[in-house]
Design a binder for this molecule. Structure first.
Ligand SMILES: Cc1cc2nc3c(=O)[nH]c(=O)nc-3n(C[C@H](O)[C@H](O)[C@H](O)COP(=O)(O)O)c2cc1C
Length: 392
């Protein structure tokens, strides 16, 4: 059998803390600290415990050349090589069972996309699955008599000042423009009206925030888009996937937005209760965002950005910045139409990938945003200290 190491793996020495109840009963602290090696691989969701012998062998097998397992066994313990194969960290060229075949396919999917190693690990292992932030908050308040803010203490200063106030060079504020008025009214919305959103408002905000204003045939086989927001390399690798709950003329379901055609591509129709339950799971149980008439997953097609920025130290940062620009354009387009908008990074990426059929290392959600008509009353907190949206 020919094998090689998986393309990207980080071996982390991690200290974990657990409690020994028997020790606790004897009046000791019961706290047990353990140090061990964990492999974080770009093709596996799980963190994989390793022993020192496995770490040593992992560092001695090429990720590039296929080598015979028998030859490697001359230099390394066979049992260790087989353990690494079973854990998916050594990849078989011709897999003989379902598990090694899945590891080989997942490793190939990472190789195909030209990820920078550390970025690939960071992306794969910061995705959430089945996280419920409401439940986490409940557990937190049960575990401690202190509020969250009491536990954190004072925050670092609001501005990182670098000079005495007497040495500042004052700048003139501009006279108020329509852009100022618009930005003043931009307040993240956590209170959505349960009525459906009009089709016109839905379509207008989608176009202004995410639609292509021009298409350029930049080079043979390379098309670029011009949008209202900047994008690394002009590639606009971030796409919009929608979970629609209540939009006039659009049945509840999953859609992909086509930015050139300015059209929805229907993927999967949902019953209203299925859409509501999926919306809650997408945003990790943040009920106020699950109540929006639609959710937009900002999905980066890493393969498109990394086609140009191959194995590039800044590429992952750039696609995250792209998502931020799109979200701000959506906020402003929605605010202009007197709608409320939101964005959240607290999302269950794995469930979003599954719902839309996305290969996690080829294309993945970086944030969920959305918009809709604001409710008449503010039940959930919004940050509006200047009272531009809500009366005091
Ligand atoms: C990257 C990012 C992530 C955010 N994640 C969350 C979130 O998980 N939950 C939430 O309620 N709001 C989230 N927000 C919204 C912020 O809480 C909000 O912008 C902030 O409170 C300031 O309010 P404003 O947008 O009305 O000025 C996020 C905003 C950004 C830019």
């Amino acid at each position: 059998m020919q094998v090689r190491r998986c393309v990207t793996v980080l071996v982390e020495p991690r200290e974990s803390v657990d409690f020994d109840l028997a020790e606790l009963a004897l009046g000791e602290t019961g706290v047990r600290e353990r140090l061990g090696w964990l492999a974080l691989a770009a093709h596996c969701d799980e963190e994989i415990p390793l022993d020192a012998a496995e770490v040593a062998v992992l560092g001695a097998v090429s990720p590039g050349h296929w080598q015979s397992l028998d030859d490697l066994s001359q230099r390394h313990p066979r049992a260790v090589l087989e353990a690494l194969l079973a854990k998916g960290l050594l990849i078989a060229q011709e897999p003989t069972d379902e598990a090694t075949r899945r590891f080989a396919q997942a490793d190939e999917a990472v190789r195909a996309v030209h990820w920078r190693g550390l970025s690939a690990i960071a992306h794969r292992h910061t995705r959430w699955c089945d996280v419920d932030t409401e439940e986490a908050e409940r557990l937190f308040s049960e575990a401690s008599p202190q509020t969250f803010l009491e536990r954190l203490g004072a925050a670092p200063s609001v501005v990182g000042e670098r000079a005495a106030s007497s040495s500042r060079l004052p700048l003139e504020k501009p006279s108020l423009s329509p852009l100022d008025a618009l930005m003043d009214r931009r307040v993240t919305c956590r209170n959505f009206d349960p009525a459906p959103l009009s089709h016109d408002a839905f379509s207008a905000v989608l176009y202004r925030a995410f639609g292509a204003r021009a298409v350029s045939d930049y080079a043979p086989g390379v098309q670029l888009l011009k949008k209202g927001v900047p994008s690394a390399g002009g590639l606009h690798a971030t796409e919009v996937y929608l979970l629609v709950q209540r939009v006039e003329g659009v049945p509840p379901g999953l859609y992909h937005y086509h930015p050139i055609a300015h059209a929805l591509e229907p993927l999967h129709e949902l019953a209203a209760d299925e859409a509501a339950s999926l919306a809650r799971r997408f945003v990790a149980a943040q009920a106020y965002y699950a109540g929006a008439p639609l959710q937009i997953a900002l999905v980066s097609r890493f393969e498109r950005n990394f086609w140009k920025y191959r194995n590039h130290a800044k590429a992952y940062r750039a696609v995250i910045l792209d998502a931020g620009h799109l979200s701000q354009a959506m906020y402003l387009a929605a605010t202009e139409m007197n709608l409320g908008a939101f964005i959240t990074a607290a999302i269950n990426e794995v469930e979003i990938e599954q719902a839309f059929g996305l290969g996690p290392m080829a294309e993945g959600p970086l944030a969920v945003c959305g918009f809709g008509v604001r409710a008449q009353a503010r039940v959930t907190v919004e940050f509006d200290p200047a009272h531009r949206v809500w009366a005091a």
